[in-house]
Design a protein around this ligand. Structure first.
Ligand code: PMP
Length: 406
C-alpha cells in the first residue's frame, strides 16, 4: 500500500548518499530542516548560471525572466495553499519573519486590556513576538493550556476566548511533539468573537496541504526549508482585507508607489510587504520545492509517513525505560522521547557517531519542557524519503546508546 516508489524518491536526494562517521546517513532531523531534492538544486544552479538579475524594475531580458519565474513561484504557492489571489502570498525570509510582520502590524490595532491568545504548544518564535507586542500595547497574553498527551484543552480555549480577544496564534502542528491542533474549530470559534487567527504552519506544511480558504484562516506562515526548499525564504499568506489594513513592516525600495520628502505612498499588495531586493533565487526554488512535493502527492506522503511513525513508535516502546512525549492520535511523524536515567544530549551524541541525525534539547519550546518537567528530549522526525530500514538502524542505535550509557 505504499503508493510511491521509495527507492526512486531517495535517488532525488543526493545528500542521502553521504556517509557520516563511516555509516550511511540516517537523517531524522527533518522537523528542523528537510533535505533538498536534485530538482530544486537544479533550479538554484540554473538561476545563478543563467538569469541572475534584480526583479520588478529591469527593462532588460534577464530581469524580466527572473521576474517572471519569481512571480510564477508565487502562483505555485497560491495554488498549493489555495489562496484566492496571488497577491495574498507574501514572500518572507521564513516563518519567524512572517510572525513578526503580523505582530508588528497589530501594534496600532491593539489597546490596553485587549487579549491575545497563544497555545501552550508554541515554538519560541510564536511566543516572543507577542510578548513584545503586549509590552508595546498593554494587551494581555493568555495561554491555552495543554494536557499530558500534548493536546490543547479545547474546552479551556472556549472559556478563554471572548470579545476582548483580538488575535489568536497557534501552530498547526507542534514542532516538539508533532501534535496536530484542531485549527478549524479554533478559527471558527475565534471568528465568532471577531478575533483574527494566525496559524504557524511551519511544521504542518511538510506533511499536510492546508487550504487557506476552506480553513478561513486570516494568516498562515511557513518556511521553505522545512518543505524541501532552501533556507532564508518563506511565505506569509494573509487575507486581502487584513493585508490592506495592516501597515507595512519595513520601508525601502520595492514597497513604495511614490516617494518624496513630504509624503510617500505605498505600493499595492504584495509589494507593500516586500521591501528591498528579495531572496529571488530562494523564492523561485521554493516554488520548485512545492511543485516537487505535489508531484509526489501529499496524500501519499501522509500515508507513508504515518506508517513509519507507527512502526517506529512500536519498536521504540519495546525499549525499557522509554517515555514518548506527545501521544495524541492526531500527530505527524515526530517522536520526542527520553530514556529513564539518561540525558537526551548523550543519546543524540552517540547516535551521531553511528551516522544517525536527531535533534536533542528543548526544540525552541521551553514551556512544553517545563510542562513535563524535563530539560529536553531526543526528537526523531521523519520524512517521506526515510525508510523502515532506517527506522531499524535508529532503534538499534538507541538500544546501543542505552547500553553504553547505562
Ligand atoms: N514555528 C515552528 C512550529 C517551527 O518548528 C519553526 C522552526 N523550527 C519555526 C516556527 C521557525 O521557523 P524559521 O526558523 O524557519 O523561521
Amino acid at each position: 500500500h505504499i503508493a510511491f516508489d521509495i527507492e526512486k524518491i531517495r535517488k532525488d536526494f543526493p545528500i542521502l548518499k553521504r556517509k557520516i562517521n563511516g555509516y550511511p546517513l540516517v537523517y531524522l532531523d527533518n522537523a528542523a530542516t528537510s533535505q533538498t531534492p536534485q530538482q530544486v538544486i537544479d533550479v538554484i544552479v540554473d538561476y545563478y548560471s543563467n538569469y541572475n538579475a534584480n526583479i520588478h524594475r529591469g527593462v532588460h531580458s534577464l530581469s524580466q525572466e527572473a521576474t517572471e519565474k519569481y512571480e510564477n513561484a508565487r502562483i505555485s504557492l497560491q495554488k498549493h495553499f489555495n489562496a484566492e489571489k496571488s497577491y495574498e502570498i507574501i514572500f518572507t525570509s521564513g516563518t519567524t519573519h512572517g510572525i513578526n510582520l503580523i505582530a508588528s502590524g497589530f501594534t496600532s490595532l491593539l489597546q490596553e486590556g485587549d487579549e491575545i491568545l497563544v497555545s501552550a504548544l508554541e515554538h519560541h518564535s510564536n511566543i516572543v513576538p507577542w510578548q513584545m507586542l503586549c509590552e508595546k500595547t498593554g494587551a494581555v497574553l493568555k495561554v491555552i493550556p495543554m494536557n499530558e498527551e500534548g493536546t490543547l484543552i479545547y474546552s479551556a480555549f472556549e472559556e478563554m476566548v471572548s470579545d476582548k480577544t483580538k488575535i489568536v496564534f497557534l501552530n498547526h502542528v507542534s514542532n516538539a511533539l508533532g501534535t496536530i491542533n484542531p485549527i478549524k474549530d479554533i478559527i471558527d470559534k475565534a471568528h465568532s468573537h471577531g478575533a483574527a487567527v494566525l496559524i504557524d504552519g511551519a511544521q504542518a506544511a511538510p506533511h499536510i496541504k492546508a487550504d487557506v480558504q476552506a480553513l478561513d484562516v486570516d494568516f498562515y506562515v511557513v518556511s521553505a526549508h522545512k518543505m524541501c526548499g532552501p533556507t532564508g525564504v518563506g511565505m506569509l499568506y494573509g487575507k486581502e482585507e487584513w493585508l490592506k489594513k495592516l501597515p507595512p513592516y519595513q520601508g525601502g525600495g520595492e514597497m513604495i508607489a511614490t516617494v518624496s520628502f513630504e509624503k510617500t505612498t505605498y505600493a499595492d499588495l504584495p509589494h507593500k510587504f516586500e521591501a528591498g531586493t528579495p531572496n529571488i533565487c530562494g523564492g523561485i526554488a521554493f516554488g520548485a520545492a512545492v511543485d516537487y512535493m505535489n508531484s509526489i502527492g501529499f496524500e501519499n506522503i501522509a500515508a507513508y509517513e504515518q506508517e513509519l511513525l507507527e512502526y517506529a513508535t512500536g519498536k521504540l516502546l519495546e525499549i525499557e525505560g522509554m517515555k514518548i512525549y506527545g501521544t495524541s492520535k492526531e500527530k505527524t511523524a515526530v517522536i520526542s522521547f527520553n530514556i529513564e536515567g539518561l540525558h537526551p544530549y548523550d543519546i543524540g551524541t552517540l547516535l551521531d557517531k553511528m551516522g544517525i541525525a536527531v535533534r536533542t534539547g528543548h526544540h525552541c519550546a521551553q514551556p512544553i519542557m517545563d510542562f513535563y518537567k524535563i530539560p529536553g528530549t531526543v526528537r526523531a522526525s521523519f520524512s517521506f524519503y526515510n525508510t523502515k530500514e532506517e527506522v531499524d538502524r535508529f532503534v538499534e542505535g538507541v538500544k546501543k546508546a542505552k547500553m553504553m550509557l547505562s
